[in-house]
Every structure is written in C-alpha cells, then in structure tokens.
Design a protein around this ligand. Structure first.
Ligand code: TXA
Ligand code: MG
Length: 318
C-alpha cells in the first residue's frame, strides 16, 4: 500500500522519478511532472485513463504559467485574478513546453492554481508544474480524503500526501473561450453565478461526449458501482421503497422512511456543505448494505448545479 504522510519534501522527492497523490481544495489529484511525457504516461496508466482525455496542469504562480502559454484572453485573466488560487481551471493556448500527451495534442491546455497550502508548498519547491487528474480509477467517483485514494490506487503509487478532507469537494469549474465568448465546459467548485459576477453572462457547454474537448464529461462518469437513481424521492419511493434502498437526502430527513437508511448530504442546508460531502457520501452509499441508491437533487442554484450534474452522471437514469 502507499505510504500516507504530510511531508512535502518526501512527496517532492518521489515526484523526481514517479507519481504521487496530492491534496487540493477540490479533490485529491494523481500528480506527476507535467513537462515529462514519461511521468504523464505513468499517470494515464495508474488511472486506466484513455490518452484522449487531457490533464490539468497545476502551477504555483503567474511567473511559472507565463512560460507555458502564448496568450491569456482578457476575460479569463479577469477570472484568474478574481479566483486563483482556487477551484477554477482555464483553457489557454499552450506553448511548446507542454508535451502533446499532457493535453492530448489539443492547441489549448488546462491550467489551474490550486489553493490547498500543502500543494502550494509542494509546487513552490518543485521546478516543474504538476499534471494531475482526480486520483480515482477512470470513471469512478473522485476522492476527497486520503483514505479514498488509498482504497483505490494504494497498490499502484508509493505516496499519498495527506492534506485532510477537501474543503470544496467538487472538481474545479473549467472555463475556456469559444469564438471569443467565455464558456463553461465543466460545472464545479466555483459557481456560474460567481463567474458571471466578474465577467457577465457566459455560455455553458456540458454535454459534448463526442467532442474531443470534453472527454471528462462522458455521460456516465463519476459512477458508483451500485445502481443509483436520482430525482424526486416521493416518486422514486413509490416504486422502490420495498427494494431495500438507501436514501441520499439533500438536507431534510424523511419521516416516512427509516432514519438509519438515510444519508444527509448537506449538514446545514447549504450547497457548500453538500458539495464537500457529496463524493464521500456516494462512496458510503456504495458500501451500504442496500440494493440501490435513491438520491434527491440539490436546489439548482450555486454549487447545486454542479452537484446535480455529478448526480446525473453517476445515475442510471440520466
Ligand atoms: O479540481 C480539479 O480539477 C481536479 C484537481 C486534482 O485539480 N482535477 C480534475 O482532473 O478533476 P480530471 O482529469 O479528473 O478532469 C479534468 C478534465 C478532463 O477530463 C477534460 O475534460 C478537461 O479537464 N480538460 C483538460 N484539459 C483540457 C483541454 N486541453 N481541453 C479541454 N478540456 C480539457
Ligand atoms: Mg476526474
């Protein structure tokens, strides 16, 4: 199994010749030198990820970023200034220093300045940026705790840098330019409303499973192993109440169903609490002695949109 520790120097030493798991404020990442095709290939292999699905490059600073891009469109720069470091990934024209494998040969690569203090320290002492997809096997729920990574990739990597539970809990929101218009490609830990407060209305293009720009948005992504149905719990219970389900309620427990078979997504009713707990609860529901998971949608505003997006992609009735 992987060693779990919180020593940035130890993680940095491994990163000279292999890949390790790192904490970020969104989800745990499986990190390697973004500029070394050998390390990037290792990431794809450990994750069983197809090469057509490009990786996000994590940078420490604008200085490091400037050598990796050829342009920084003004609306995206405004977003970076407002939200970096944070749960925002930007698609930017890449310089020749980014290997084709890192970005699947696309003219743009994905960049993010993460906010977790341990990964910031790590990036500061490395002399290369880190490519890091979420540290889960391809197609499964993203990890938000070191133990999630250990359970799934522990035999394949030497070290997990443990930064505690991820504060945000949803992957970063991805924004790029399409025909000069800022466009959201993946809803995530930064809400559309927060983005629009800075740069005005943006386009949203989420379902492009045939488009090479959107491989991470494959329809059945983020799936648990157990059957999961999402929607109105009244309707779902009419049909499945007797089929030994476990419920994922947004906040209010149901009075008409055993309390010990209900998992509460948001502790206080807010979208941020629900986001931080979503992937951990999907794993708990997956391990629960039940035949299926019935999940309720979040209110569809703020981070609720990204939560519902993940629930839909995880479910059997998208
Ligand atoms: O919060 C996050 O973004 C986490 C942490 C570890 O930073 N990372 C993450 O990576 O979620 P991953 O690989 O699971 O999802 C990244 C997605 C890809 O699936 C792909 O859809 C998109 O980012 N992407 C990456 N590079 C791209 C590019 N050049 N053009 C279009 N989409 C790209
Ligand atoms: Mg992922």
């Amino acid at each position: 199994m992987a060693k779990i520790g919180n020593l940035v120097q130890e993680a940095a030493a491994f990163l000279q010749h292999t890949v390790v798991a790192i904490p970020t404020e969104t989800v745990y990442g499986l990190a390697g030198n973004a500029l070394d095709p050998m390390r990037v290939a290792e990431i794809f292999k450990v994750k069983s990820r197809p090469f057509f699905d490009p990786l996000i490059v994590h940078v420490a600073s604008y200085t490091q970023l400037s050598a990796l891009i050829t342009d920084f469109p003004a609306p995206l720069k405004k977003l970076a200034d407002a939200f970096w470091p944070g749960p925002l990934t930007l698609l930017l024209p890449r310089s020749a220093r980014i290997p084709d494998l890192t970005c699947s040969g696309l003219p743009e690569a994905a960049f993010r300045m993460p906010a977790h203090p341990l990964v910031q320290e790590l990036l500061d002492i490395l002399d290369f940026p880190l490519a890091a997809p979420s540290a889960n096997p391809f197609g499964y729920v993203s990890p938000t705790k070191a133990e999630h990574v250990q359970a799934q990739l522990g035999t394949l990597i030497p070290y997990i840098l443990d930064g505690g539970p991820c504060r945000v809990g949803l992957e970063s929101t991805i924004v790029g330019m399409v025909a000069n218009k800022p466009t959201i490609f993946r809803l995530g830990g930064l809400s559309q409303e927060a983005i629009e407060r800075i740069i005005g209305p943006v386009n949203v293009q989420l379902n492009q499973s045939s488009d090479p720009r959107a491989p991470g948005m494959l329809k059945s992504h983020y799936s648990p192993r157990k059957s999961i149905l999402t929607g109105n719990l009244d309707l779902l219970l009419q049909r499945y109440a007797d089929d030994n389900p476990v419920l994922l309620v947004f906040h209010e427990f149901r009075a008409d169903f055993p309390r010990d078979r209900q998992l509460q997504l948001s502790l206080d009713g807010t979208d941020s609490s629900a986001a931080a707990r979503l992937f951990d609860l999907l794993r708990q529901a997956d391990d629960f002695p039940a035949n299926r998971i019935l999940a309720e949608f979040a209110p569809n505003t703020g981070l609720g949109k990204a939560i519902n997006d993940r629930l839909r992609r995880a479910s059997d009735n998208p």
